[in-house]
Design a protein around this ligand. Structure first.
Ligand code: NAD
Length: 255
């Protein structure tokens, strides 16, 4: 198995890309700490993993709460004995308004989760990984951490930050054998994108059909497309990969 006996924390692990990642890591032999604020879905997922013969536990964790991050990561390290992999996946889309209409609070809400959350989780996993002699941190950026778009300004700014935070930390901790990479999904059909579709003027089906046309491969992606890339970055198969942008976008950014 590709990540046999590794201990992995996934933030925002209950639904969407995080959920697919937890399942994929567990199927490849990892012990998975599912963390989220959606507790019922997270606990159901742990049962599902255990029913398949995998190992997992659930912890309630709002990544924007630094004290809680520190405490939960200590609990996870005590429960599983180590932390080898951190997947910084929790994120929100935030408001869809032009920049000049966005309030400070709307801006801060996105930055608190998408940027500060990644910072807190990284900060509090580094000492444990350093002590263990290495690790792999995988940050969920986006195609919008590479190119711009005329919508969701705080979201795209937050993902741009995550792209560079990943490279900085890759350089800072290379000597400690801690690898840090970013993953850049195109549109993936998850609750996050479904909510955007439902709120759109043209309706869910027309919105999805439009998203399909944005990807040269002709369709939006599915959570497993991203989970498979994350398993690669979590595994030793990627032992020479750090500071890299793993783009999984159906060709979106190739144009
Ligand atoms: P989603 O909304 O479907 O799922 C996100 C999960 O994170 C949920 O379980 C939610 O409860 C949890 N969450 C939200 N706020 C949290 C917080 N403060 N603390 C802990 N957990 C929290 O989202 P998704 O589409 O699966 O996206 C996952 C990641 O991938 C995000 O960082 C997102 O920005 C990124 N991404 C998604 C897409 C896409 O098209 N779906 C594209 C590019 C990047």
């Amino acid at each position: 198995k590709r990540v046999e006996n590794k201990v992995a924390i996934v933030t925002g692990g209950s639904l969407g890309i995080g959920r697919a990642t937890c399942l994929a890591l567990a199927r490849e032999g990892a012990q998975v700490a599912v963390t989220d604020i959606a507790d019922d879905d997270g606990k159901k997922l742990v049962n599902e993993i255990e029913a398949e013969g995998g190992k997992a536990g659930y912890w309630h964790l709002d990544t924007a709460d630094e004290k809680r991050v520190n405490r939960v990561f200590a609990d996870i390290a005590a429960a599983f004995g180590r932390i080898d992999v951190l997947v910084n996946n929790a994120g929100i889309a935030g408001v869809n308004k032009p920049t000049h209409e966005i309030t400070k609070d709307e801006w801060d809400q996105v930055m608190d989760i998408n940027v500060r959350g990644v910072f807190y989780c990284t900060k509090h996993v580094i000492p444990t990984m350093k002590k263990a002699g290495g690790g792999s941190i995988i940050n969920l950026s986006s195609i919008y951490g590479i190119v711009g778009a005329a919508d969701l300004p705080p979201y795209h700014a937050s993902k741009g930050a995550v792209t560079l935070m990943s490279k900085n930390d890759a350089l800072l901790y290379a000597k400690d054998k801690i690898r840090v990479n970013s993953v850049h999904p195109g549109f993936i059909w998850t609750p996050l994108v479904q909510k955007l579709a439902q709120a759109s003027a043209e309706g869910e089906q027309a919105f999805r059909a439009h998203l399909d046309t944005l990807h040269p491969l002709g369709h939006v992606g599915e959570p497993d497309d991203i989970a498979h890339g994350i398993v690669y970055l979590a595994s030793d198969e990627s032992k020479f990969v750090t500071g890299a942008e793993l783009v999984i976008d159906g060709g979106y950014t190739a144009r």
